[in-house]
Design a protein around this ligand. Structure first.
Ligand SMILES: [Zn+2]
Length: 166
């Protein structure tokens, strides 16, 4: 297992550094609940700099794909990732509150900023709450009992039929 990538967020932004790499999907523990497996790849590119008001920021781009779990058939659902985020480095000097006013995400000024964790934060924001295949791509649904899982739409249709009988 490769070592985690750690930067000093203030120094990184101030020096306008650049860093790119791959965050192993399997190493992102908070993401695990949403995943079908640890397949896929997350390439990231992190660029330090400052905005027009001289506030330090980190620009993070993540691209790749992860395998989410389809909430209908519980199968693997390839989810393409393409995220860009501007993260304000919250030094405390200029006031952390400005991040909220500008609707920018912030990262704490921290000499031990975990880059994979930043990547993970962005992915968690980007993935859908209940990911599902498109209807025609959903694998033949078989539930734990070995029976075809009832489609919620079929159940609804049945309900509507029964109601119309009364
Ligand atoms: Zn599915």
């Amino acid at each position: 297992m490769s070592a985690r990538v750690v930067i000093d967020s203030v120094e990184f932004a101030r020096a306008g550094e650049q860093l790119s790499g791959v965050a192993p999907v399997g190493a992102l523990a908070r993401l695990a609940d949403s995943l079908f497996d640890a397949g896929g790849e997350l390439k990231f590119e992190l660029t330090g700099g400052s905005d027009s008001r001289q506030r330090l920021k980190l620009k993070l781009a993540v691209a790749g794909s992860i395998n989410l779990q389809c909430q209908r058939c519980l199968g693997s659902l390839a989810f393409p990732v393409a995220v860009q985020a501007n993260l304000l480095v919250l030094t405390g000097e200029a006031g952390g509150e400005t991040a909220e006013i500008d609707d920018l995400d912030g990262v704490p000024a921290n000499a031990q900023t975990d880059v994979w964790s930043l990547v993970e934060d962005e992915i968690l924001l980007a993935i859908p709450l209940a990911p599902r295949h498109a209807e025609e791509q959903c694998s033949p649904a078989v539930n734990a009992a070995g029976k075809p899982a009832a489609s919620p739409f079929a159940a609804l249709a049945k309900l509507t039929q029964e109601r119309s009988k009364n």
